[in-house]
Design a protein around this ligand. Sequence first.
Ligand SMILES: [Zn+2]
Length: 187
Amino acid sequence: MRLDVWNFCQVAFEPARGMQRGRAPVDTCVVHRELRGERHPVGWLRRRRLAAALARRAVELFRRLYVLGFPIRQLTLVDDYGASDDASMAADNSSAFNFRVVAGTDVLSQHALGRAIDLNPVENPWRKPDRIDPPAGAAFADRRDIRPGMIVRPGPIVGVLDELGWEWGGDWRHARDDHHVVWSRPL
Ligand SMILES: [Zn+2]
């Protein structure tokens, strides 16, 4: 399913969608039920309001990226990849909500909380000294060789993220997550 940016932002943070097809690990079932509102309907309504507030911020972010001429290779729901983050990243798909844990851990991802966006994962791979994800991102491991679609600091994209209040995974020290953009402030 292809979406324009506005529709993408409306649904990309909607917990109900990704969760329908997302594979929730057993040990996160309680959170899963809470997110669906089975235990806490008030929490569910609040979460929907948060999702709407975040969607507005995301639309503004995409508008600013468009003004800068930042190319986004592909923008579809992770649902189109069976909720597989690996498959979505390998296809260089930019995505947002996905009910999943952080790779290699049992900790819920910020994507599962509807707070994170991944932009051009091939041009901006997750990196540690001994590993790159997705593998095709190896072509973009040299962050000094700046090409379209890459996010680097200093640079205009990070300037917009800073201005609008988004946190950038490329600033992290434990692993560089250059495609990861997260709203970690109150909404
Ligand atoms: Zn991410």
